[in-house]
Design a binder for this molecule. Sequence first.
Ligand SMILES: Nc1ncnc2c1ncn2[C@@H]1O[C@H](COP(=O)(O)OP(=O)(O)OP(=O)(O)O)[C@@H](O)[C@H]1O
Ligand SMILES: O=P(O)(O)OC[C@H]1O[C@H](OP(=O)(O)O)[C@H](O)[C@@H]1O
Length: 684
Amino acid sequence: MTPGLLFFVVGPSGSGKDTLLDGARAALANTGRFAFARRVITRPADAGGEAHEAVDDATFAAMKGAGAFLIDWAAHGLRYGVPVRCLDDLARGVHVVANGSRAVVGELLARLPDLVVVEITAPPDVLARRLAARGRESVDVIRARLDRTTPPFPEGAAVVRVANNSTPAVGIERFVAALEAQTVRLRLERLPIAAGQRAIAVLPRDSAVVRADDYLGPGRIDLAARGRSIRAEVAIAEPGVVAPDAVALTREVFDRLGLPEGTPVVLTRTPTPASRTALRKKIRGGSLDEAEYARVVGDIVEGRYPDSEVAGFLVAADRGLDDDEVLALAKVRARFAARIAWGEPIVADKHSMGGIPGSRVTMVLVPIVSAHGLAIPKTSSRAITSAAGTADAMETLARVDLDVEDVRRVVGTARGCIAWNGRLNHSTLDDVMNAITRPLGLESTRWSVASILSKKLAAGATHVVVDLPYGPRARIKSLVEATTLARLFERVGEGLGLSVEAVPTDGTAPIGRGIGPALEARDVIWVLESNPEAPGDLRDKVLHFASRILAWDPALRDRDVARRRAEELLASGAAREALDRIIQAQGAREPVRPGRLTHTVVASRPGVVADIDGFAVAGIARVAGAPLDKSAGIDLRARVGDTIGRGDPLFVIHASSAPDLEAAARIAADFSGFTIGETREASA
Ligand SMILES: Nc1ncnc2c1ncn2[C@@H]1O[C@H](COP(=O)(O)OP(=O)(O)OP(=O)(O)O)[C@@H](O)[C@H]1O
Ligand SMILES: O=P(O)(O)OC[C@H]1O[C@H](OP(=O)(O)O)[C@H](O)[C@@H]1O
C-alpha cells in the first residue's frame, strides 16, 4: 500500500489557509482520498474561523505529554497541535491535509521525508486588509501577526506555492488543483540511455498512474521530490520497458535530479509559458521591449518551451534586432549572470570580434595594463574554428581553467589575469542558446553585442575596448559595417553603465607571425622582450589598444601620453615582468615550444605578396594539429606587400607528428593561402 501524503498548509496569518481548507474540504473530503486534520488549539471554540478542538493550556500540556500530537507549536499566545492519529490515515494510503506552522516544517520534515508543504501566499497589504475585515483579533494582535517572522523552509523541503491573491473561489480552485497534482506520483527509474543536453522522461504506455498519451506533444513535464525538480520532454515506452508505476529518466537528467531510483516523484505539466505571445510577436517580426525579453528569456531558461519554438525565436532575433532591442537583451542577459564586484573605479576589459589568425593582442595588452596598475580581469575563449584562442595560447605558459575565486586571487596578486571563460560568467542561458544557435550557425553580430557586453558586465568590468576587425574574410565585411557596429557597442555599453570604446581594425590578413598556440605565445614573448624578431604589426595593434585603456587613467587621460607610457612599460621590461607575475599566480607550466618537425612552404614564383588568406593558413595550422597539439601551427615568413623570389620561404609548418606534418604540407601544396602578384617592375 503506498502511504498517503501529509500536506502541511502554511502561510502568514490572513493568507487564507482556513478559507482554502474549508473549500478543499467541501470538494475532497467525500472522495475518501483526503482527510482534513482537526487541530487542537488553546483558543475558545466560539472564536470563529476553523472548527478546531478547543482545550485549555493544562489539557493541551497533558495531551502533549501523552503523545497525542504528531507535531505541535506555539504562536500568537496560543498552542496548536495536529493529532498523531493522522499517521493512521497516511498508513491507509489516505492523504492528510493539516493547517500548520512555517516554524515547525523542519521538525516535521525530519519525521516525514515525503512531507508536502503547501505555502499560501498573498501580498502584505492584502493580509492586513483581510485580518482587519475578519475582526477576530484586536488591532495589536493583528499587528503582531503581521510582524511575525519565521525561518526559511529547510533545504530539501518539497514546497508547493498557491497564490491566494484573487477571489476565494479562485484560491480554492488553485489549492485543490495543487493538492491533486501532488498525488500524481511515480517511482523514479534510471534509463541506461544518454541524451546529452536533452532531458527525456519515459512514461510506460500501460502506466497505472497517468494516461501517458496525455503527456505527449510539445509541452514538457516537471518531476519533483524533496525540494528537487527537473523539466523534461516526454517519450512513451511500450509495456515492459518501464514499470507501470514508474517514470524513467535518461542518464544526464536523472543525474541532475539527484534522487535515488525508487523515489516517489510528483509529475506535473510544465506551466504554459506566459511569454508565448511575446515570443510569437518576435517570430512575426515585431520588436520586443526589455520586459518582454525578460519574460521570454526567463521561460526559455526555465525550459518551458520546446526547442522548436526557441529555435524560431532565435532565428527571428538573429535576423532582426533594432538598437533598443540589443540594449534590452543585454540588460536581460546581464540579470542571468552574477556580477563580480571589484570595488575599483576602473576595471578594464577587452573583447575582439575575432576571426583573424594570430592577433594575440590580449597576452601583451593585459601585462601592459596590469604593469601600469589598472585591474584587468580578462577571460578568453578557446579556439572554436581557428587555430588557437587566447586561452589556448596562454595555456602554453600557465593554467587557465580558473574559477571565480582563482580570478580574484590572481588579479589581487598580479592586477590582471588571462583565464579561460569556460568556468566563468557562463550562464545557463548561454548553454540553452548555444545548443540551438551553434548547429544553426546563428550568432548575428548584433545579437553578439548583447551577449558580449552582458558578460563584461558580469565580469565586473567598468571600461571595455572592443576590437572590430573587418575585411572580406572577417566576420565584419566592411569599414561601414564595423563603424555601425562600433556605435552600437558604445550605445549599448552606455545603456549598461559601461564605458565602451569600439575600434574598427584591419582584418584583411593575419596579425603577427605565429598561428597556433605555442607560436602565438612566442610572438607575445618577443614583443614583451622587444626582440628584434617581434612582429611589428602585433606590437602596433597592442599599443593602439593599450593607449586607449591607459588613457582612462585620470593620471594620464591624454591618448598620446598613454601611448608613451605603454611604450615605456614595454621597453623597460615591466610588462614582461607583469606577465611573469600573472603566470606564477595562475600556475606556471613548462612552456610549450613550437613543434620540432617542420616543413617550409616556398614561393613557386617571384612577385609581391598581394594577399594572405587567413582562413586557409589557419586551416593548414589545424591540419598540422593546432590547437589541441599546442606546438603545432604556422610560422609566417612573408607578409602582404613583401617582394619575394621563387623558392623564398612563405611560411614554416610546425608539427609534432610526421603524419600531421605531411597532411598539412599536402594541403599547403594545393593552396598555401598566399596570392603572389606581379612585381612592380614586371607589371610596369
Ligand atoms: N481570496 C480571498 N479574497 C478575499 N478575502 C479572503 C480571501 N481568502 C481569505 N479571505 C478572508 O481573509 C481573512 C483571513 O482568511 P483566513 O482566516 O482563511 O486566513 P488564515 O491564513 O487562516 O489566517 P490565520 O493564519 O490568521 O488563521 C478571512 O476573513 C477570509 O474570509
Ligand atoms: O506564522 P506561522 O508559524 O506559519 O503560523 C503560526 C500560526 O498562525 C496560524 O494560526 P491561526 O490559524 O491564525 O490561529 C497558523 O495556522 C499557525 O498555527
